[in-house]
Design a protein around this ligand. Structure first.
Ligand SMILES: Cc1ncc(COP(=O)(O)O)c(C=O)c1O
Length: 373
């Protein structure tokens, strides 16, 4: 069937209906939806290609690399990175940002093992495998936080004086937070002199930093991470996957034969999404640090409400820490899961109270759990 200009093909109209009717039941995953600001719509009729490494502009004007640099600067500031050495870029998502973080690590310590907890996101293992870095899984406690004694013994057993650790600040299932300064102390105690810490802060990095005070203990400073990754489509709510890689310093010069065909050196990356940087820039400017902080506190209050309401309804629920947006509980019956999609790992499920989740939505979810139990 040909598609006519201006008319929505039936297959897409059905899809839009399905999307709209799924929206009120969205609690199980950390993305959320918000209307696209009308002022931004004209940009979506233009190509925006942030070609090349983040520091230089291409010769063509259809990019937003200046906005990208502002986004990186603002978020790096929030995490305490030094102005004169900080580096970063907008990525496809946290998965790609973790890959770049581990690439930085491998540049510095080419033979080091990557230590990560068993609750780390699969993208950590994937990145280590792509970079051919050996990976060592370290157990966690019952809630998903790294077991520091186990990290120490794994490090002591691994030859060499260098180690790369990926700390998770907000594990995917329970939002458990690994203690970054404690990891540094454990590594020093195990005789690791060359340390590289990447902080996977996909969902929780921003809301925790905003609510607990910037820079947070896991920020980009001496006791914190060397690099840090965040997703743009989770707490910040871009309608397509995006991410940020932030680092205390840039990558080392590589043997990759970059070119300047488009004006900007491309030793690190070539075409990248300019609309992602535009939306992130707009979102940060529109809300400002104060607005984002209020948003984080509101989300945390909704999560606290959800845990209380579920527990009161006879379905015990908990949060890993007081800033958590994630509420964890025993997996509800299939009748609930059919309507309210969410992960079910073993017998554990969760909801994530990102800014789109309202008290009203929580009330309907709790009513559904109560009716099915
Ligand atoms: C802790 C953690 N790290 C990494 C990722 C991957 O993020 P993205 O979907 O932005 O690639 C996720 C996704 O849920 C996550 O929870």
């Amino acid at each position: 069937m040909p598609v006519r200009d201006g008319a929505l093909p039936a297959a897409l109209a059905d899809r839009l209906d399905r999307l709209r009717s799924a929206e009120p039941y969205k609690v199980g995953f950390p993305g959320w939806s918000t209307p696209m600001p009308e002022a931004l719509l004209p940009f979506f009729s233009h190509e925006l290609n942030n070609y090349g490494d983040p520091d230089g502009d291409p010769v063509f004007p259809w990019h937003t690399k200046d906005l990208e640099r502002e986004v990186i600067d603002q978020v790096a500031e929030m995490f305490g990175a030094r102005l004169d050495s900080r580096w970063g870029m907008v990525t496809v998502g946290s998965g790609e940002a973790i890959l770049y973080g581990l690439w930085h690590a491998r540049q510095r310590f080419p033979h080091a093992c990557v230590f990560h907890s068993t609750a780390a996101h699969p993208s950590v293992l994937r990145a280590a495998a792509l970079l051919r870095m050996p990976a060592v899984a370290v157990p966690t406690d019952g809630r998903g936080e790294l077991d520091y004694a186990a990290l120490r013994s794994r490090c002591a057993r691994t030859p060499g004086s260098a180690a790369v650790v990926v700390a998770t600040v907000g594990t995917t299932l329970t939002e458990a937070v690994d203690d970054v300064p404690r990891i540094r102390a454990v590594l020093a105690d195990a005789g690791v002199t060359d340390q590289y810490l990447h902080v996977d802060a996909a969902l929780a990095g921003m809301p925790i930093a905003l609510a607990s005070g910037c820079p947070p203990s896991f920020g980009l400073h001496n006791q914190g991470g060397d690099s840090l990754s965040i997703s743009g489509h989770k707490f910040l709510g871009t309608p397509f996957p995006t991410g940020l890689l932030l680092a205390r310093s840039g990558p080392l010069p590589t043997a990759v034969p970059g070119s300047t065909l488009c004006g900007a050196p491309d030793g690190t990356s070539s075409s990248r999404n300019g609309h992602a940087a535009l939306l992130l820039w707009y979102h940060l400017r529109r809300h400002g640090a104060g607005g984002l902080r209020r948003m984080a506190l509101r989300c945390q209050a909704v999560a606290e409400y959800a845990a209380r309401r579920l527990s009161a309804a006879g379905w015990p629920a908990w949060r890993a820490h007081r800033y958590a947006l994630t509420v964890v509980f025993r997996t509800p019956p299939p009748a609930v899961l059919d309507r309210w999609p969410m992960p079910a790992v073993g017998e554990i499920s969760h909801i994530v109270c990102t800014p789109g989740v309202t008290h009203e939505r929580i009330d309907r979810f709790v009513a559904a759990v109560r009716a099915a139990s």
